[in-house]
Design a protein. Structure first.
Lengths: 290, 390
């Protein structure tokens, strides 16, 4: 078991034949992901990496039965691609592209929700079910199969956290990089119950950062609904106010969205909150040996 | 990206949002000429910097003669204006905006910003114009009316009614004027990919007209490619020169006031590294994300920018290689130490893809200042010790 994706998940790649799309699709296939084809307008009928290329997502879905799309199209075309996927009946779009305009993502997400399509990202490393299916750009070899679910706004902190968890001997069930943009798809609140319901997952690591209030919403949700132990780290305790820290959404504005308030809310919800990401592995060990 | 008040008002005018007439000036002589051109017998001389609180800082003054305009423009131009938003170092004023005086009866607040929880823009209005809105939000949140507008349907009549009834505007003619004002503002927010608009104060005149006395706008950087007219409004003198230089090399840099320089891949890990240094008793000197395409040149540039800060006593390079291969980063560090004089200890932690090869490269190079670390905790501890001279 795992959440959202596994070795049987049929995946197409939007922006399949581009540089990034090609490189990462190849890596994903090498990891074992069941990539069944891709979409690049005007290249339909061709073959790429040994898989069929289609002009539209609808054609790709009809021919392959794909349910998940990995989106690598350039930022200006992301919203269009995501809406096309939703329109074609894709169930989950994993949006890797960085730098999509906020207004576009607002419209695309609203459309996806209306069509019942889940989204992950944009500007994220993707999702990986250890040793089964990788949809995104994370280094696969870090993720050993195990019983810890991971949700993170940051790519490299996902790797850092997963690496520590694996070094402590636990392994990862599924890890989801949700991205650090102001508007994102699936967030803690939607992913936590999936991990709660997954029999393979025994503990959850959530990595957040300054800006917005998704972590606060998560804290309230955990308090009411999550029985599995949760370990959390919030990046940006030392970040100055009003400054954007790399991610478009990582900004403390008007005194709201600080690491401190998020850490306090999570602590109050019974979450094991660590002050440094270097403590994630140890904290997981602690909560799992209780 | 942010723009100046006078630029925001140019956009307002284009959309029919009422603003006082005004002219921007770079010298006292230009200021006088502007006042003469505007006519009348009362003018406001306003410092143009990218920060709020200009009035309290002495950057907004009333002039009752053109001679006074000259005098005040002379005082304000070239001054370093310190407000609650500039930080203690303040900002140099290089332009003033000369505006006709206004007949102020009431001062309101009107803004548009993205509500991240609702995932749509929200119009915020308050009767407490002229105050710091953050303070109003904190002390009397009931005095802020928030109306979320779904871009799929746009600004509708009911949005307008919620605003005017919330603000206690009862005169039907005034209601109509205010709703028209707000609907135009929402339109320009959407069409220009704004991230934030704030009008504080928005005034009601004795005649019952609503006018944007101030104007602040920020834009979504990711959408600037489709707004060349706004990109043209960029004032690079308002940006931190180091942050700007860094961004030209694909680095994301923010200066802090500590002693340990940080070079990290990924924004989250970069913040996490700062937090770990702090946790271990040290102080981070900067945020620096080298991004996913780090090479010798970008690493060298990173060292150069970090070392410009004389307070830096040690540098912690913390890379978790995913797609970025650690051996390439290690070679980048070697190259960089040849290009830049790195005169402080450099603690290097390279983990992930090809970490072993990287460790070998650094070991064989045997550079005096480079100290290897095994993981994040070890690296942070070594950096803190090195900065303390231990």
């Amino acid at each position: 078991m795992s959440i959202l994706v596994n070795k049987d998940t049929k995946v197409i790649v939007q922006g399949f034949t581009g540089g990034e799309g090609t490189f990462h699709a190849e890596q994903c296939m090498a990891y074992g992901t069941n990539i069944v084809g891709g979409v690049t307008p005007n290249k339909g009928g061709q073959e790429h990496l040994g898989k069929p290329v289609f002009n539209t997502v609808k054609e790709a879905v009809a021919a392959t039965g794909a349910t998940v799309s990995m989106v690598f199209v350039p930022p200006a075309f992301v919203a269009d691609a995501v809406m096309e996927a939703a329109d074609a009946g894709i169930e989950l779009a994993v949006i890797i592209t960085e730098g999509a305009p906020v207004r576009d993502m607002q419209a695309a997400k609203a459309y996806a929700v209306k069509h019942g399509m889940k989204t992950i990202g944009p500007n994220c490393p993707g999702i990986i079910t250890a040793e089964e299916c990788k949809i995104g750009i994370m280094p696969g070899m870090i993720f050993k199969k195990g019983k810890v679910g991971l949700i993170s706004k940051s790519g490299t902190l996902t790797y850092e956290g997963a690496n520590q968890v694996c070094k402590e001997g636990f392994g990862i069930s599924t890890a989801v990089g949700i991205g650090g943009d102001p508007i994102i798809g699936l967030s803690y609140k939607q992913l936590l119950p999936m991990f709660e319901a997954d029999p393979e997952t025994e503990a959850i690591v959530m990595i957040g950062e300054i800006g917005g209030d998704l972590e606060i919403q998560a804290a309230a949700f955990i308090k009411e609904n999550i029985t599995k132990p949760v370990v959390a780290f919030i990046a940006g305790q030392t970040a100055p106010k009003g400054k954007r820290m790399g991610h478009a959404g990582a900004i403390v504005s008007g005194g709201a969205g600080t690491a401190k308030e998020k850490m306090e809310a999570l602590q109050a919800a019974g979450v094991k909150v660590v002050v440094s990401p270097a403590e994630i592995g140890k904290a997981v060990k602690e909560v799992l040996s209780k | 990206m942010n723009i100046h008040e006078y630029q925001a008002k140019q956009i307002f005018k284009k959309y029919g949002v009422p603003t006082p007439r005004g002219i921007v000036a770079n010298t006292p002589a230009e200021a006088v000429k502007a006042a003469q051109e505007l006519g009348g017998n009362i003018w406001v001389v306003k410092a143009q910097i990218h920060a709020g609180g200009r009035g309290l800082g002495g950057g907004v003054k009333l002039a009752k003669s053109t001679e006074e305009v000259r005098e005040l423009a002379g005082q304000i131009l070239g001054m370093t204006l310190v407000t609650h938003q500039t930080g203690p170092e303040g900002k140099l004023v290089q332009k003033v905006y000369i505006e006709e005086g206004a007949d102020i009866k009431d001062e309101l607040y009107l803004g548009v910003v993205l509500d991240r929880a609702k995932e749509m823009p929200v119009i915020m209005a308050s009767t407490e114009g002229g105050m710091e809105i953050e303070k109003v939000a904190e002390e009397t949140p009931e005095k802020i009316i928030k109306v979320a507008v779904d871009p799929a349907i746009g600004f509708q009549g009911f949005h307008g009614r919620e605003l005017v009834f919330g603000l206690g505007i009862t005169d039907p003619a005034e209601q109509k004027k205010f709703i028209s004002f707000a609907s135009k503002l929402f339109k320009l927010y959407m069409e220009n990919d704004a991230e934030l608009i704030e009008i504080n104060p928005l005034i009601k005149t004795g005649a019952g007209d609503f006018i944007a006395l101030d104007g602040k706008m920020g834009f979504d950087d990711s959408a600037l490619y489709r707004h060349p007219d706004i990109e043209e409004m960029r004032d690079i003198s308002e940006e931190d020169p180091d942050e700007r230089e860094a961004s030209q090399y694909g680095l994301s840099y923010v200066a802090l006031d500590g002693e340990i320089g940080c070079m990290v891949n990924g924004a989250g890990l970069a913040m996490g590294t700062m937090d770990t240094i702090n946790y271990m008793g040290g102080t981070p000197a900067n945020f620096l994300d080298v991004g996913g395409k780090a090479n010798a040149e970008t690493v060298a540039k990173g060292f150069e920018i970090i070392l410009k800060n004389p307070k830096v006593k040690a540098i912690f390079v913390n890379i978790f290689g995913g797609i970025v291969r650690c051996d390439r980063i290690a070679n980048g560090i070697l190259e960089a130490t040849k290009m830049v004089d790195v005169h402080v200890p450099v603690i290097v932690r390279l983990d992930g893809t090809n970490a072993l090869e990287a460790a070998e490269i650094l070991k064989n190079a045997n550079i005096a200042n480079v100290i290897a670390a095994t993981d994040l905790a070890d690296g942070a501890a070594k950096a803190v010790a090195a900065a303390k001279g231990e």
